[in-house]
Write a protein that binds this ligand. Structure first.
Ligand code: IMP
Ligand code: MG
Length: 166
């Protein structure tokens, strides 16, 4: 059983609102948008279509030794394909829970001499109190959600809306 948390229309409005801020903040800057695989792919596809900027896309994949609902130790599984030195970097994450993934990516990029680094997440759980995320689409209750890129055991990424797993 699952319950709808965000409709397609609500997701659309969250993404376009965030894109307006990003558009202003990166005006006249060359940007590398990096999606964390696999969850942030739909978010990236929708967000970048709102951005009238010179931007490059790249991807990072981080895997966890834990199961889907309880994360374990993190490991880099797939790295960037282009150098990011002197580039403005915007990392896209589907959802921030403990903040472990964001911290890991921040560490990974910290010695690459980037011009700037920011994080944008579509969703953040209420329990997240870290300060690394610059753009948060919506803060949600501490429940497990699926859809719009987010999965449970590899499934449900293709749902156009976001549902709470019950
Ligand atoms: P964190 O490292 O604890 O912040 O967790 C973030 C990562 O765990 C995200 O990249 C997601 O892949 C996954 N994740 C956390 N919460 C959820 C959820 O509710 N649904 C699906 N994936 C989640
Ligand atoms: Mg993920």
């Amino acid at each position: 059983m699952s319950k709808i948390l965000l409709s397609q229309q609500e997701i659309k409005s969250i993404v376009s609102k965030m894109a307006k801020k990003i558009q202003v903040d990166y005006q006249n800057k060359e940007l590398v948008v990096i999606a964390i695989l696999k969850g942030a792919t739909l978010f990236m596809a929708d967000l970048i279509r709102h951005l009238d900027l010179n931007l490059y896309c790249d991807f990072l994949r981080i895997s966890s030794y834990g199961d889907c609902m309880v994360p374990g130790k993190l490991r880099l599984e797939f790295d960037l394909t282009q150098p990011v030195s002197n580039k403005h970097v915007l990392i896209l994450e589907d959802i921030v829970d403990s903040g472990q993934t964001v911290d890991f990516v921040y560490q990974h990029l910290s010695n690459k001499s980037v011009a700037s680094i920011k994080f944008a997440c579509l969703l953040a759980k209420e329990k997240y109190h870290g300060r690394k995320v610059d753009y948060i689409g919506k803060v949600i209750p501490n429940q497990f959600v699926v859809g719009y890129g987010m999965d449970y055991q590899g499934l449900y990424r293709n749902l156009p809306r976001i549902e709470i797993m019950e």
